[in-house]
Design a protein around this ligand. Structure first.
Ligand code: ATP
Length: 647
């Protein structure tokens, strides 16, 4: 029998007979490892314990507490769910089972109108439990492609999967009783270990993720080896749900997306529009104070502009197709604002005295993001970016970069944002043809950014392959409620656009010189930033941003409304966003409603308040109330707003 060499994580190499299984290898190391092993990793691919190894390679044994160890449990749970569904609905079609960070999912399609719903979960769970209790064995075997196709019957997805999995006319499958499943990923050898599992939710998902394909019903679930891990996961999900900006956005009537109108095209309701207008005014004022000049430029431009800028070559798949105007002109919805600001720069002859020239705009742009990636306000197709482009002489880059970073850090502190990481994004050294071709520029500017960060004493990590096609960048990475990471702010160096558009300034020497462009977004798009803030504040916006800042509740409309109206007009004169709750409801109910709507201040006005010209104030989230003269309340409120206070 031929021999193979297996390399272990510690670098040691051992010889085994060809055809040895992963389990045999684990047993050969130690009896206890053999017992603890649940899967393996061979040349970086997860493998079943029963997998025979026939070539040299790197082997790792996976136990329960490794990523492969939990994945194999999740795949086994998905297999059990698959069997239960086949038993219950023999006509059902199936896509693949997959795992993600938190559990497994299985794509299904039930011919006819009704799909599997969360109301079916109790029945499905009971049937799955029976299989778990029986501790049935799961056999790994191989069948002919023909037989696999016969098993797939009329299921178009399974047929396609058979073709994808087949090797030399054979297909690896798992058998669980009379159920046969394609073996894409390793599973455990029996069902008994899947004791602690939970079916979680259902959602639509396109077959293979392409919106041109049929929509399948995706069933999500999870499983753990220990009850406490399931409990922790369920608590995490609950917390994520409570923070999810789509959930809060709906509860607080901030925005909505109507797929009938278009995916990724949000509508801002009055509450959302107020938050957005406040953000827009805030950032414009900050930027004016930092030396920026704001402009307005069109969202449509001749497609030639984007050919000249390079977006057409490098960014086209994210752009909406051009509009054929029928007279030879093609208009394009802009995916970025930079070419527009280049036009502004080039509209005049520029002198070195004008540099750094800082142009900014709340620029609307359109990107054809993949439908599967669209998420509430976080990732949309129409967005307005807090965009800015600074045109600098080469020796001003580092100083300007630091100034932008200072502005960012200042802004973050106004919003009380602390949970973020700086990412220096470089080009992919293995794939340089995707980028602007100038090695010297890349090396120099990547080094410069790093040196500037070090100089400022800021922590960062480096990511190859995340640069823009025109230059390296610094990204500010933040967490979303769903556990993902998104870029909020960004500073990007660009040596390419100045070349392409032949940008110049007259230097002190009277000669023409080439400026460098720095692209930057401080508070990102209004969409993504609002999503971020909703999740960070859990909908309880600080007073300066809250859609409604004060809710007044007259104890009895007929007795106290006049006083309420007086106070209202005085608060309106201070530009306070105020409402009077004059509904014929009990006072306790109205107070609770104001809390549910997360309104920062609730004022209760009764006989005493009218007599003493006071207000009884309840701050959001606090139980106690305080009665104070109305003028003191105005001072408190204004202080709160001016200092961006969150307390
Ligand atoms: P991402 O990788 O996050 O899609 P990007 O690197 O393509 O972003 P830039 O061209 O740098 O994006 O855009 C500037 C900023 O606009 C990003 O840092 C991000 O905060 C925001 N942004 C980008 N795409 C979207 C989108 N589809 N929806 C909402 N905001 C977005």
């Amino acid at each position: 029998m031929s021999q193979i060499n297996l390399t272990f994580p510690d670098g040691s190499v051992k010889q085994f007979d060809s055809g040895v299984t992963v389990k045999d290898v684990a047993d050969s190391i130690s009896i206890s490892l053999g017992k603890k092993a649940v899967a393996g990793k061979f040349n970086d691919v997860a493998v079943d314990l029963r997998q025979e190894l026939n070539q040299d390679g790197v082997i790792e044994i996976a136990t329960k507490d490794s990523a492969e160890g939990i994945n194999v449990l999740w795949q086994t749970a998905a297999l059990i769910l698959n069997k239960v569904l086949v038993d219950k609905y023999p006509e059902m079609n199936f896509g693949e089972a997959h795992v993600d960070e938190h559990g497994f999912y299985l794509d299904t399609e039930k011919p006819g109108q009704t799909q599997v719903a969360e109301t079916d979960f109790d029945d499905l769970t009971a049937a799955m439990n029976q299989i778990v209790l029986a501790n049935d064995s799961i056999e790994l075997t191989s069948i002919s492609q023909q037989e696999a196709l016969k098993n797939a019957g009329d299921d178009p997805y399974q047929k396609q999967l058979v073709a994808e999995l087949a090797q030399d006319g054979q297909v690896a499958v798992y058998r669980l009783g009379d159920f046969v499943s394609l073996a894409f990923a390793p599973v455990l050898s029996s069902t008994g270990k899947v004791k602690i599992f939970k079916l979680l939710s259902v959602a639509g998902a396109y077959w293979k993720g392409a919106s041109s394909n049929p929509m399948l019903q995706r069933i999500y679930g999870t499983a753990f080896y220990k009850q406490k891990d399931l409990d922790a996961e369920l608590a995490r999900r609950q917390e994520a749900h409570e923070r999810d900006h789509r959930v809060i956005g709906n509860q607080l009537d901030i925005f909505f997306v109507d797929p009938k109108v278009g995916a990724g095209l949000p509508y801002w309701m009055p509450n959302g529009a107020t938050i957005r207008r406040t953000l827009e005014r805030y950032i414009i004022d900050k930027e004016l104070a930092a030396g920026y000049e704001h402009v307005y430029t069109p969202v449509l431009a001749n497609v030639d502009l984007y050919k000249q800028s390079g977006h057409w070559d490098h960014y086209r798949e994210d752009m909406f197709p051009p509009m054929d105007m029928g007279d030879g002109e093609f208009l394009e919805l802009r995916p970025m604002n930079c070419p527009s600001h280049v036009q502004v720069y080039n509209h005049h002859k520029r002198s070195y005295r004008e540099l750094p020239l800082r142009l900014a705009e709340l620029g609307m742009m359109h990107r054809y993001e993949k439908s599967g990636a669209l998420t509430g306000l976080q990732r949309v197709r129409e967005m307005t970016l807090n965009d800015g482009h600074t045109f600098v002489a080469p020796d001003q880059i580092e100083d300007e970069f630091k100034k932008i970073l200072d502005l960012m850090i200042d802004v973050y502190s106004d919003f009380d944002i602390h949970d973020y990481r700086f990412r220096l994004s470089y080009r992919d050294p293995e794939n340089t043809e995707k980028y602007f071709d100038n090695d010297e520029m890349w090396n120099k500017s990547q080094k410069m950014l790093k040196a500037a960060m070090d100089d400022m004493g800021l922590d960062y990590y480096e990511a190859e392959g995340e640069a823009a096609f025109y230059g390296p960048k610094l990204d500010v990475q933040t967490k979303t409620a769903l556990g993902g990471e998104e870029t909020l702010s960004t500073i990007q160096l660009d040596f390419l656009l100045p070349e392409r558009f032949d940008l110049k300034y007259v230097g002190a020497d009277g000669e023409d010189h080439r400026p460098v462009m720095i692209h930057r977004g401080v508070i990102s798009t209004m969409e993504r930033f609002t999503a971020y803030l909703i999740e960070m504040y859990k909908g309880a916006f600080p007073t300066w941003l809250a859609p409604k800042q004060v809710e007044m509740i007259p104890v009895k409309n007929e007795l106290h409304m006049e006083y309420a109206k007086q106070l209202q007009s005085r608060l309106l004169a201070h530009h306070i966003r105020i409402d009077i709750d004059d509904r014929n409801e009990k006072m306790g109910y109205k107070i609770r409603q104001a809390q549910v709507n997360k309104i920062p201040y609730t004022l209760v006005l009764g006989d005493h308040e009218v007599a003493d010209q006071t207000v009884t104030v309840r701050k959001y989230g606090q139980k106690d109330t305080e009665t104070m003269p109305f003028d003191d309340f105005v001072t408190l409120l204004n202080h709160d707003i001016e200092t961006y206070s969150r307390k």
